[in-house]
Design a protein around this ligand. Sequence first.
Ligand code: PEP
Ligand code: MG
Length: 290
Amino acid sequence: ARRARLAAGSGPGKTADGHPVRLLLNIGSAADLRPDAEGVGLFRTEFLFLDRKQAPSHEEQVSAYAEVFAGSGSVIVRTLDAGTDKPLPFLGLPREENPALGVRGLRVDRLLPDVLDTQLDAIAEAARRTGTEPWVMAPMVTTVAEAGAFARRARAKGIAKVGVMIEVPAAALRAHRLLQEVDFLSIGTNDLAQYTFAADRQHSALADILDPRQPALLELIAMCARAGQEAGKPVGVCGEAAGDPLLAPLLVGLGVTSLSMAPVCVPAVREALAGLTLAECRERARAALE
Ligand code: PEP
Ligand code: MG
């Protein structure tokens, strides 16, 4: 195990016995790219436009996306994740009493369908210009119908791989069915914890309830991973939990195929995985579920 750890200073993520786990980056722009990961697992496109009063033009979006696609051969782009909890001023969304439970993420499409069409066009154009094939996923998906409608929209624009984030318990419970509509799932444990435990993800007084080791959250992650294995499709984690070297092996033990994290977390997670066999990761997962 020690030799495996030493050899694990760079290169693809894997357990001590060679089980591959893709180690990916969470980024907000091309400036966050780093060479020591295997690609981008979460490109938070809303970060590009947080302070904007005017909607970004098609061309402006194309060049921002193309910069990321050119810098990393493998990118999962998330369509805009905005709402009154994460405001994008140019959307002009109405104020809400309960923004975390309101019109956010993919739900914005109900009010402003042009925004998603413009973004999907820009992603497809940036992909053509850079000769890359980005994967595209939607945030805050709740139902199979939403996933199916998103997948059809994205495929009609020429996007080859379409996925959805699992951030709402209702979506996790239907993971097997979602995977009949889409090519991959990415579990956002920050929001999935918030909505599973009915606890604001920023609330420091509720941190013990929000702990991603809570078995209820692990059960939902395990359901998604099992659904992915049965469908033969990738299921990753892109919430903060994926970048925690104590949690990463547990997530691998539950069956997820990739971990996407802040760039600074990659070396410690790579090393943690290299020190344990897949059987040991599974044992940790089993113990945590108990
Ligand atoms: C998440 O909810 O876990 C996630 C990755 O998305 P964000 O943190 O951007 O809401
Ligand atoms: Mg989220």
